[in-house]
Ligand binder design. Structure first.
Ligand SMILES: [Zn+2]
Length: 143
């Protein structure tokens, strides 16, 4: 029996989950389902332009697995656009990175918030608004 697939870590969740070609009734369209891990793989590889090794590390999968995921995702996206299919983004064996970290440019403070809590308006230390999000915490890094 095959082992259940390992969870793939994603650092981001899409706000829009359905894309549909304009001017074609939804019923008449074939559907393609892109899983959240596939979307995350193309995001890391093609938008953030990470090397596969780094992208694989972020998703906590092997480089080979990452290559398979991203290849499948690209094929599905091409199929959708070329053949005018409806794209649904859902599913996949994923878990969100547990925390997002922010940094203050003013006092250099770093802090973390759980996912889904919204972007903070100001630094909790000095109240500066000059803050930005940092990349996901390194594994094993001290808090
Ligand atoms: Zn600050």
């Amino acid at each position: 029996m095959p082992r259940p697939p390992k969870c793939r870590c994603i650092g981001w969740e899409p706000e829009v989950s359905t894309f549909q070609p304009a001017g074609v009734p939804g019923r008449a369209l074939e559907q393609v389902t892109l899983s959240l891990d596939e979307l995350e793989a193309v995001r890391l590889a093609d938008l953030e332009e990470l090397y596969q090794e780094e992208a694989a590390r972020r998703m906590e999968v092997s480089r080979q697995t990452f290559g398979n995921i991203v290849a499948s995702a690209r094929r599905k996206l091409a199929d959708c656009v070329v053949n005018a299919k409806l794209l649904r983004i859902q599913g996949g064996t994923v878990r969100l990175a547990a925390e997002r970290t922010f940094a203050c440019e003013h006092c250099r403070r770093h802090w973390s918030l759980p996912f889904g809590s919204g972007r903070p308006a100001a630094c909790p230390g000095c109240r500066s608004h000059d803050i930005h999000r940092t990349i996901e915490k390194e594994k094993g890094e001290k808090k």
